[in-house]
Design a protein around this ligand. Structure first.
Ligand SMILES: [Zn+2]
Length: 178
């Protein structure tokens, strides 16, 4: 089967696909999105530097249901929730999304933690928004530097060293007076 292949120039072009048709035909879309284009994501970041690379592949799961498999990678600037400085975060995620028809009952699926994530099929699925959703769902809730690279931890231990040496001096003075 000849596979249709799109290489999106997403800076200017639309990223809208007919998701069911895309899955049925086993199409593939790959490209990159600058963070500046992902407004909701930007709100969660330290700054809007960088871009994310993605691949979306249409296909079917074991039960022949239509799916979109997404792979996303990139480097984002999160904000450390301890020192509020920039934290470099390597984004690497893949997920397979089950396409469901509008209004389809998903309650059975929602109760099964093993079940695939679902999205509503649409002739106008916006790939950029879908990629953004996946990234937002994957971000750590409260990102933090490791102890030895976080400024607030390093500062704090620095302050403690200073404090204890100040106490030592005071104690020394006291001893002299006695
Ligand atoms: Zn930090």
């Amino acid at each position: 089967m000849a596979q249709k292949y799109y290489h999106a120039r997403l800076m200017s072009e639309q990223t809208v696909i007919d998701s069911l048709e895309f899955a049925r035909a086993g199409q593939e879309l790959r490209g990159s999105l600058p963070v500046t284009r992902l407004m909701r994501l930007q709100d969660c970041l330290f700054d809007a530097d960088g871009s994310v690379q993605f691949v979306v592949r249409g296909g079917r799961d074991d039960e022949r249901r239509p799916t979109l498999a997404v792979e996303i990678s990139g480097l984002l600037h999160l904000q450390c929730q301890r020192c509020l400085e920039v934290l470099e975060y390597t984004l690497r995620l893949s997920n397979t999304l089950l396409l469901v028809r509008q209004g389809e009952d998903l309650s059975a699926n929602a109760e099964d933690p093993e079940a695939a994530d679902c999205i509503e099929a649409s002739p106008e699925t916006d790939v950029a928004a879908l990629i953004e959703d996946e990234i937002l769902l994957s971000l750590p809730f409260a990102p933090r530097h490791t102890d030895d690279s976080c400024r607030s931890v390093v500062d704090k231990s620095q302050r403690e060293v200073e404090k204890s040496s100040a106490f030592a001096k005071l104690a020394g003075l006291k001893n002299l007076k006695q």
